[in-house]
Design a protein around this ligand. Structure first.
Ligand code: PHE
Length: 464
């Protein structure tokens, strides 16, 4: 392989936007956003989410990408380059992908298993109550799927930024978009009659979009805000060094302001469409009672819905899991790339050797986390009060605990130490106008630090 080519970064704006959107669009958009929207009053959650996208999301995504392109470094060296003495923040940031990578391929493996369910005519069996739990608690088959997904990811990273990451993103992201639009439109046409009452997809759409304020209290409203906020950060893959790494591969002549907007639009549209496809489908066949949190939604509730559709369900289910696998794969490669890029810089070794070593380490880690549901099972209570296994612990440390802390520290660094002009200058590098610069400076100095502190304290169990 041509080494120079693989390290020269993205070809241009489109390649970068699709790769970054690939990172942003993941299982979070598909299983977390619809679930939270259903739980938090539909339209109200969506409204708050949209406001946060154009304020917080925009600020954090702009910061990460501009830091990457200006320093041309991955997180560990980027922060040290920004301000000597702040390398510790780079190390802290590096920890997030290091932890996420232990479980992301595991989820990718589960999704791959479900593609095969629909290919091999097991749709009805998969709708059984215990199909998913039987699968993840067995000790061989989920291990094989995790390893497959892990090695596929490593192979793409091995091929490099242009020939691996950009190429795959250019192929799968447009297909993903077409598929999710197709399923969402199909969901609108559904209808089902039970006990004399007919529920249609359009009724479900109304449930999804209506602002439901019944029983709203201040405390509930704050919970909706917190849910929307943490969903947003997770969804945009910010504050974990990933967008810094991707930003470091962007050519100097790319208009970063436009790129940030395009990435946000892509991510948000997919999340909204996921809600449009999932909430009405579940509503039609089982009322809102079928809405489960997290993996249960994707692997338990939806297979029941596909089964209830009859023959079309085979195709809808297959399309759904292929699309989800694409979403998970492009996210997983961004996580591994963030680790790889840092390791290339720290150890000064070629991409090929770094990838091989990481593939071995993470294959072992994925196997252990996969077996966290069987051999290595334990139950812990997290500071938030929720219960979890190995996967949830990794998820809690990386997303709930580290991310707000990193956002807080990075906002202090940008807002008060190097000053927002440092970022704004990079956004206007080619003489383009960074239109929302006043909003950016205000957010990064005042709003982001305060809110991140609140989020961090909440995750640490301070308000329980
Ligand atoms: N942004 C991805 C999603 O919404 C999740 C993700 C987080 C991906 C961190 C990579 C890294 O699913």
């Amino acid at each position: 392989m041509n080494k120079k080519k693989s390290e020269s970064g993205f070809t241009g704006q489109l390649g970068f936007v699709l790769a970054a959107a690939g990172s942003a669009v993941g299982v979070g958009n598909i299983w977390r956003f619809p679930y939270l929207a259903a739980k938090d009053g539909g339209g109200l959650f969506i409204l708050i989410y949209l406001i946060l996208v154009v304020t917080f999301g925009f600020t954090l995504l702009t910061s990460d990408i501009a830091i990457g392109r200006k320093t041309k470094q991955s997180s560990i060296k980027a922060y040290e380059t920004m301000k000597p003495g702040w390398g510790f923040l780079g190390k802290l940031t590096f920890l997030v992908p290091v932890l996420i990578m232990t479980y992301y391929a595991v989820i990718g493996g589960w999704i791959t298993r479900y593609i095969l369910v629909y290919v091999t005519g097991m749709m009805h069996a998969a709708a059984g109550d215990t199909f998913f739990s039987d699968f993840i608690t067995s000790t061989t088959s989920p291990v094989i799927y995790s390893l497959f997904f892990m090695l596929l990811t490593a192979w793409i990273i091995y091929r490099g930024v242009q020939d691996g990451i950009e190429k795959i993103s250019r192929i799968v992201m447009p297909i993903l978009l077409v598929m999710i639009i197709g399923i969402a439109v199909y969901a609108m046409t559904l209808s089902y009659t039970s006990n004399g009452a007919t529920r249609t997809g359009l009724d479900g759409l109304r449930v999804y979009l209506t602002v439901d304020l019944s029983g709203m209290t201040v405390q509930k409203f704050l919970q909706v805000m917190l849910d929307a906020m943490s969903q947003l950060f997770f969804s945009l893959s910010v504050s974990m060094g990933i967008m810094i790494t991707y930003g470091s591969y962007v050519k100097n002549d790319v208009n970063l302001g436009k790129a940030v907007t395009q990435i946000e639009v892509f991510d948000t549209v997919v999340a909204l469409l996921a809600g449009m496809m999932i909430i009405p489908s579940i509503y039609v066949f089982s009322g809102m009672a079928g809405m489960q949190a997290g993996p249960g939604l994707m692997f338990v509730s939806l297979p029941k819905v596909f089964d209830a559709m009859g023959t079309p369900g085979i195709f809808v289910g297959l399309a759904f899991f292929i699309m989800s696998a694409f979403a998970a794969l492009t996210s997983c490669i961004s996580v591994l790339e963030a680790i790889t890029a840092n390791c290339i810089q720290i150890f000064d070794k070629p991409r090929e050797s770094v990838t091989k070593v990481l593939a071995v380490i993470y294959s072992i880690a994925s196997v252990i986390v996969t077996l966290g549901y069987s051999i290595f099972y334990f139950d812990v209570t997290l500071p938030t009060g929720a219960h979890g296994q190995l996967l949830d612990v990794m998820d809690y440390i990386s997303n709930s605990f580290l991310m707000p802390l990193i956002s807080f520290l990075s906002a202090i660094l940008i807002g008060w130490i190097v000053k927002p002009e440092w970022i704004i200058g990079e956004m206007e590098r080619n003489g383009e106008k960074f239109r929302r610069k006043k909003l950016y400076a205000f957010m990064i100095k005042y709003i982001v630090p305060v809110i991140m502190m609140v989020l961090f304290l909440e995750s640490a169990g301070f308000f329980n």
